[in-house]
Design a protein around this ligand. Structure first.
Ligand SMILES: Nc1nc2c(ncn2[C@@H]2O[C@H](COP(=O)(O)OP(=O)(O)O)[C@@H](O)[C@H]2O)c(=O)[nH]1
Ligand code: SF4
Ligand SMILES: [Mg+2]
Length: 416
């Protein structure tokens, strides 16, 4: 099966993420090198060589773009002081993985493997058990036997991986499904402010533009709505949430209007939860903590949406003294219960599984979670308007979770 290596050929959020896990020295790094056909991961006889996670993008034909993560071993039997850190790094990778390859050597399934299997089952991650070093022996319980060093069985392993990729991942995912069709005019409102990247568009805009082209529709991309644009009768207007208030005022009610954030929430399957969670805003009290989760790390600007604008909007809207915490990239807090609300960015760079795991974890612990665009739309009074194109009848406006005890009931923490 010819597999080409292509760097960064697909956005991070749409790649299938495969974590290679197992004890140290079973041949995980050698296996990654054999899978992608080039030496990307340091291998060694000394246990515990891979201290950081090694990431490799790869075009796994006939499926498409995948990312392999070569992790540090999950066992703790080295006297390496970084061991705890390595375990934490592996856990973080598992949290966002779509599939795992559990690698064994000829010593087979032991206590560590059983621990890893339990984790994979808890996180609902599909996995394959790979009996590596089959040149030395074949442990019981593997789904497939390979020799990473001799590159035996690698082609069959790739075929097996492709056959185990869940069906919904094989379908091409669009974020604008049902909004427009061939010949329609779609207006995108994308203001260019100081936080916009120089000389290019951001992923949500690129993705929607591509989908417009794919169905044979036409796009008008603008920084604001004018009479001239409205005279072209757009089928739908999709706006950056930051200007949703002005755009809602300018676009007549008969033209459907939504935001990029809402398209992502819908595509990743979280729109209803995110809408329900907005009710938490009306219950905020002085001293309540809010976590803002931003998937990209960048230099913070004076008008940063996550760090500055949303905290300011929420403080003004509620009139309460709120405490904002921030997390970036793949970090997500463990102490979720401390927060009255989690506000996730559009998460265009995160895989659907990772966002879903965050949402599931929040729901499990009765912590409301929503996203930037929905918060802005609510605060600006245009929420009903922008979710109208996707309205599902009988959407409850409250969650079933009992309200958590307010921070103000307890002694206030000086965590500002
Ligand atoms: N005999 C044999 N040795 C292997 C095989 N795959 C890896 N090794 C060796 O096992 C040792 C550990 O490999 P490495 O990939 O660094 O293991 P990791 O700690 O799981 O990443 C190295 O000496 C490899 O050459 C294999 O298929 N057969
Ligand atoms: S901050 Fe979030 S929504 Fe914005 S570009 Fe990064 S991942 Fe996408
Ligand atoms: Mg290694």
């Amino acid at each position: 099966m010819p597999c080409m290596v292509q760097e960064n050929s697909a956005p991070r959020g749409s790649r299938f993420l495969i974590a290679i896990v197992g004890r140290t020295n079973v041949g995980k790094s050698t296996l990654l090198n054999a899978l992608v056909g080039e030496r990307v991961s340091i291998t060694s006889e000394k246990p515990g060589t891979t201290t950081d996670t090694v990431v490799k993008h790869y075009e796994l034909t006939p499926f498409g773009p995948v990312t392999f993560y070569d992790t540090a071993g999950l066992d703790d039997d080295t006297d390496d002081r970084l061991s705890a850190k390595r375990i934490a790094a592996t856990m973080k990778v598992l949290y966002r993985a779509d599939m795992a390859l559990l690698v064994l050597d000829d010593s087979g399934i032991g206590a560590e493997e059983r621990d890893i299997l339990r984790l994979l089952k808890n996180l609902n991650i599909p996995y394959l058990i790979i009996g590596n070093k089959c040149d030395e022996g074949r442990p019981r319980g593997a789904d497939i036997y390979v020799s990473a060093r001799q590159k035996n069985g690698i082609y069959d392993l790739k075929s097996l991986i492709v056959s185990r990729i869940p069906k919904d991942f094989k379908k091409e995912k669009k974020i604008t499904t049902g909004l427009f069709g061939k010949g329609d005019i779609v207006t995108l409102v994308t203001p260019i402010d100081s936080s916009a990247p120089k000389g290019r568009m951001i992923l949500p805009q690129m993705q929607v533009l591509r989908e417009i082209l794919d169905v044979g529709a036409f796009s008008i991309v603008t920084q604001g709505i004018t009479e001239n644009i409205l005279s072209k009768s757009p089928k739908v207007v999709i706006t950056d949430s930051q200007v949703v208030e002005q755009v809602a005022a300018a676009v007549p009610e008969n033209i459907p209007l939504t935001t990029f954030s809402i398209l992502y929430a819908r595509a990743k399957g979280n729109l209803n939860t995110f809408i329900k969670s907005l009710a938490a805003i009306d219950k905020l009290k002085d001293g309540d903590k809010i976590m803002i989760a931003e998937a990209c790390s960048h230099n913070f600007q004076d008008d940063d949406i996550g760090r500055v604008k949303i905290p300011k909007m929420l403080t003004e809207f509620t009139g309460k003294k709120l405490i904002f915490d921030f997390c970036t990239g793949h970090d997500f807090p463990d102490n979720l219960e401390e927060y009255r609300l989690i506000i996730q960015c559009g998460a265009c760079m995160l895989g659907a599984k990772e966002v879903l795991r965050r949402v599931t974890e929040c729901e499990r612990r009765c912590v409301p979670i929503t996203n930037y665009g929905l918060v802005i739309s609510k605060v600006k009074g245009v929420l009903e308007r922008v979710i109208e194109p996707f309205r599902v009848k009988d959407t409850p406006t409250e969650t079933n979770c009992a309200p958590a005890p307010s921070k103000t009931d307890k002694k206030k923490k000086g965590d500002n």
